[in-house]
Structures are given as structure tokens and as C-alpha cells.
Ligand binder design. Structure first.
Ligand SMILES: [Zn+2]
Length: 214
């Protein structure tokens, strides 16, 4: 696995600031990536400490202990992935997909390229879809009006940013332009989450806006 979410994306996930579609895509990557699970746990711990600091002007008694206790979550977060025998569909996606990728109602878009739109009905839903791209087929070069996550679930593709295989995560902003081409022997199946604009909510709002810089 060579491509991971940006640190600010992990922070936004920890702060509950991602829309449903992007949170699902990120959770599916976390199910496959111990490194990023640790990153999210770190941001959660740091967020807890920062909240303590905001609560009172100076840090309240016991805050440091609570920080380390929260940081202890790192071990738990680094535990084995929770999905069972079937590693083809990450657990975070299971409730969005009935059965295997073969059971999906693929809709042809063009030669060698089909898609399926998934439900993402939670917080500021965003748009979530699966792409299936046959080997050798190249998507037209495009940029994105807004942030887009792509998680490779099966097969591989190559674009201006490199080679993306199973578990790899393309964390693209609106400026990135790419034209992925499926490579290898099997179709490339990837999960695409397109965002609603990033808006922070709840207690994390102030610190997240300050720390993440959005
Ligand atoms: Zn990762």
C-alpha cells in the first residue's frame, strides 16, 4: 500500500467533520491500514487535549493523564482489522453492498467502464459510487470541483500520481487533474466519494478549524 489519506483528512475524520460518503471511504481504508488507524487515534487524543485547554484558560488538573489515557487508544486502534474471512469487501462497506461485487447492479457508462451508485444517507451525505474499469481502459482526464476520495478495492490503476493497488487511497482536491488507466489482468473496482464542502460541527469546531486550517 503506497497511497494514504493526507494528515488533515485523518484529522477531519477524527473530528467528525467528513460527510457520510467520504467518512465511509475513509473508514474502509482504515479497515485495511494500521498506519492510518494510528494516525486517527493520535488526532483523537490531541483533540481531547486541545478541548481540555479550551475549556479553561489553562489546562485543568488531570488533563495530561487523560491525554495519555486517550493516547492509549492507539494500541487498541492498531489491533487487527475487524473484517472476517472475506477481505474483498471492507466491513465499512458491507451495509452498502449486498453480497459480492458480482451481485452489484452495474450500469454501463462507456466501453469497459461501469458504475453503481451507493446509498450515503447520513450526515451531509455526499455522493458514493463504485467504478468498475476493465484492464487497459483509461478514464478521461478530469479534475474535481471539490475534494474526492478514491479507494481501490480490487485490481489496480495507474495515473499521473502513480500506481494505485488494493487499499490505496487517492486524496484529491479540486485542483488535481488525473486520467486513471486500469492495469493488470482483472477489472479495477474502486470506491469514489465526492464531498459536500468540509464543515466542522460540534465541540471540535473551534480547534479543528484552527488546527486543520480550513
Ligand atoms: Zn493508510
Amino acid at each position: 500500500m503506497n497511497h494514504h489519506p493526507k494528515p488533515e483528512t485523518l484529522a477531519a475524520y477524527a473530528a467528525g467533520a467528513l460527510d457520510e460518503a467520504r467518512a465511509i471511504a475513509l473508514a474502509a481504508h482504515l479497515a485495511m491500514c494500521v498506519e492510518c488507524r494510528r494516525g486517527v487515534a493520535d488526532f483523537e487524543a490531541v483533540g481531547g487535549l486541545a478541548l481540555e485547554a479550551l475549556d479553561g484558560e489553562s489546562m485543568s488538573p488531570g488533563a495530561l493523564e487523560r491525554f495519555w489515557s486517550r493516547a492509549g487508544l492507539q494500541e487498541k486502534a492498531g489491533a487487527a482489522p475487524s473484517f472476517g474471512g472475506d477481505i474483498r469487501i471492507p466491513e465499512a462497506l458491507r451495509r452498502h453492498i449486498d453480497g459480492d461485487f458480482d451481485g452489484i447492479a452495474w450500469k454501463p457508462v462507456s466501453k469497459g467502464f461501469s458504475q453503481a451508485v451507493l446509498d450515503a444517507k447520513g450526515y451531509r451525505s455526499g455522493a458514493l459510487r463504485l467504478f468498475k474499469i476493465d484492464p487497459g481502459i483509461r478514464m478521461p482526464r478530469h479534475s474535481h470541483g471539490d475534494a474526492e476520495f478514491t479507494l481501490i478495492l480490487k485490481g489496480a490503476y495507474e495515473d499521473e500520481l502513480g500506481v494505485f493497488g488494493r487499499g490505496d487511497f487517492a486524496d484529491l482536491d479540486g485542483e488535481d487533474v488525473h486520467g486513471p488507466r486500469a492495469i493488470g489482468e482483472e477489472p479495477c473496482i474502486c470506491l469514489i466519494a465526492t464531498s459536500a464542502p468540509l464543515v466542522f460541527r460540534g465541540l471540535f469546531e473551534k480547534i479543528a478549524q484552527r488546527w486543520v486550517g480550513v
